[in-house]
Design a protein. Structure first.
Length: 309
């Protein structure tokens, strides 16, 4: 009796000692495994971030390199740091100050944003809320322009604006923006408006509101995320546009920043790489700041595309 009870007690104690160890060791192993996974993912993300940000860091540090170091010093840090590049860029080129180039780019970008957002929203409302003859054909034709390369219409557009005497002005760059020629933005807003219930439109019509009042008071506030998304892309595309200003602008005082950057390499037989890099970095800052300020609206605009109203 004593021996059997002692054996049973020993077995119970053994099981009680083993179970806590097994219960505590397995979570420890899982925690240790997840910690290693976190560390590995952290290292991978740091490596990806370094690869993505390296060109930007190199561009910024290269603005402090003397012109003689380009082609010789391939490292990240300059051997003889200097701010002469910023002084040279601030003085301008071809008799035009850098602020003039900056103002031209800002005028084109802001005008493009206003024209694109307003015209695309009006066209999208017409396609999404108004029933008229030929709606399907016009919408399909609008979508078909996405497949039409910009280079196909360059010559007809240039001939048209040249015959009107509008070359070397900002009108050829801004007028198409106010005519809803960007099918991508129109399609984006159409899909956004179609997800909204028509009950609000019908209630507004009962109160006597017309299409303009419905568009301004109901639709525009509800599609704000999509409008901000369009504004971000329109600003970036217009700010970085090179081909359009190259075709229509001939006077240096009308050049935007992308065209002005070319002057630093074409003015003489020897290129000024230091000034080119510095001007490129200055031209990049507005786009970077604009995106950082409005990136949360961009995420909201993309996220709400999956919602059903």
């Amino acid at each position: 009796m004593t021996t059997s009870s002692f054996a049973e007690n020993a077995l119970i104690l053994t099981e009680n000692e083993v179970d806590p160890d097994s219960k505590t060791t397995s979570p420890r192993r899982r925690v240790k495994r997840s910690t290693w996974q976190t560390v590995i993912w952290f290292i991978v993300l740091i490596a990806i971030t370094a690869v993505v940000l390296y060109p930007l860091v190199w561009l910024f540090l290269s603005t402090f390199k003397p012109n003689a170091e380009f082609g010789q010093n391939m490292g990240l840090l300059p051997n003889n740091p200097t701010i002469d590049n910023y002084i040279k860029v601030s003085e301008g080129i071809a008799g035009v100050p850098m602020l003039r180039f900056f103002g031209n780019s800002l005028l084109i970008a802001v005008g493009s944003v206003i024209g694109t957002v307003l015209s695309s929203a009006l066209a999208a409302y017409a396609f999404a809320r108004i029933q008229f003859k030929g709606l399907g054909i016009l919408f399909a034709a609008m979508i078909g322009t996405l497949l039409l390369p910009f280079h196909v219409v360059i010559i007809p557009q240039y001939i048209l604006f040249n015959s009107l005497g509008l070359v070397d002005t900002f009108i050829p760059l801004l007028l198409p923006k106010f005519l809803a020629t960007e099918a991508f933005f129109v399609f984006l807003l159409v899909q956004f408006i179609r997800q909204m219930p028509r009950d609000m439109d019908e209630a507004a019509r009962i109160d006597g509101a017309g299409h303009l009042r419905i568009f301004w008071s109901i639709i525009l506030p509800l599609i704000r995320p999509a409008l901000i998304t369009c504004a971000i892309f329109a600003f970036i595309w217009a700010w970085n546009d090179f081909l359009g200003p190259l075709l229509y602008l001939t006077s240096p005082e009308n050049y935007p920043l992308p065209i002005a950057l070319r002057l630093y390499n074409d003015q003489t037989s020897s290129s000024d790489y230091g000034a080119t890099v510095t001007a490129s970095f200055i031209a990049l800052l507005p786009v970077l700041l604009f995106f950082l300020v409005f990136q949360r609206f961009l995420v909201d605009g993309v996220a709400t595309q999956g919602l059903k109203g």
